[in-house]
Design a binder for this molecule. Structure first.
Ligand SMILES: [Fe+2]
Length: 239
C-alpha cells in the first residue's frame, strides 16, 4: 500500500484569489501579495483623502511610496530572474503551450506595471512640490489605474502561475527559489520589510510564518514594529 502524500496547508489571506495546493509551501509569495494589495488600497484612499494643505503627510506618503515601489521591484525581479525561467523551462520541455503562455505573460505584465509605477512616483513628487487639485486628480487616476493593473496581475499569477510551481518544480528547485527570494531585498530595507510584510496579518499567521525562523527574527520584529507603525500612522493618517 502506498503512503498518501500530505501537502502543507497553504495560506489563504484576504484578497487572495486562489490557493494552489501542492507540495511546496508558498506562504512567502502569499504574504508578499497580501502586503501589496493592502498597500495599494491604502495609497488609493490616502491620495483621495489627504488634504492638499497637509504637506507633512504628502511628504510621508511620497517616502512610503518609494519603499513600496522598491520592494515591488525586487519582488518582480527575483521572479523574472530566478523563478519563472525555471518553471518555464519545464513547461517547454513538456510542450505545454498553455503553461508557456501563462509564464511568458508574467514577465510581460511586470513590464507594463513599471511605467504605471513610474507615473505614480512622479505624481507623489508633484504633490510634495506643488500640492494642488490638478496634481491630486492626476495622481488619483494613475494610482487607480496601477492598482487595477497590479490586482489583475496578482490574480493571474495566483490562478495561473503559482499552481504551475506546485506541479513543475522539484523540492530542490523550489528551495532554490526560496533562497533567491530570501536574498532579493537590500539589507538596508529589512527593518522596513519585516514589519511591513507582517502588518495586518492574523497573529497566528505571523507565528506560523516566523515559526521556522531564528528567535532573533521574532525579537527583531518586536523591536521594529513600533517605528514602522509610527511611520504608517503618519503617512496614512487620513486613509
Ligand atoms: Fe508574486
Amino acid at each position: 500500500m502506498s503512503t498518501p502524500t500530505t501537502h502543507p496547508v497553504q495560506l489563504d489571506l484576504p484578497g487572495q484569489t486562489h490557493v494552489a495546493d501542492g507540495p511546496h509551501d508558498q506562504a512567502g509569495m502569499y504574504v508578499m501579495h497580501h502586503a501589496f494589495r493592502r498597500d495599494l488600497a491604502r495609497f488609493e484612499a490616502a491620495v483621495r483623502q489627504t488634504p492638499l494643505g497637509d504637506r507633512a503627510t504628502w511628504k510621508a506618503l511620497a517616502g512610503r511610496w518609494a519603499a513600496f515601489t522598491e520592494v515591488l521591484h525586487h519582488h518582480h525581479r527575483v521572479e523574472d530572474e530566478s523563478i519563472w525561467p525555471l518553471v518555464l523551462g519545464h513547461a517547454r520541455e513538456r510542450g505545454d503551450a498553455e503553461s508557456v503562455e501563462t509564464l511568458e505573460a508574467m514577465e510581460a505584465e511586470h513590464d507594463t506595471i513599471d511605467p504605471a509605477l513610474a507615473a505614480c512616483t512622479e505624481g507623489f513628487a508633484s504633490m510634495v512640490d506643488h500640492p494642488c487639485a490638478d496634481h491630486r486628480n492626476a495622481l488619483d487616476v494613475r494610482i487607480t489605474d496601477l492598482r487595477a493593473g497590479l490586482l489583475d496581475h496578482l490574480r493571474h499569477e495566483e490562478t495561473g502561475a503559482l499552481p504551475l510551481i506546485q506541479v513543475l518544480l522539484s523540492a530542490e528547485e523550489f528551495d532554490s527559489c526560496e533562497k533567491a527570494a530570501g536574498k532579493a531585498y537590500p539589507l538596508r530595507r529589512i527593518p522596513f520589510i519585516l514589519p511591513w510584510a507582517m502588518a495586518g496579518l492574523p497573529e497566528e499567521v505571523v507565528t506560523r510564518f516566523l515559526g521556522g525562523a531564528a528567535p532573533q527574527l521574532k525579537h527583531m520584529l518586536r523591536l521594529l514594529r513600533p517605528r514602522f507603525e509610527r511611520g504608517e500612522a503618519q503617512a496614512f493618517r487620513h486613509a
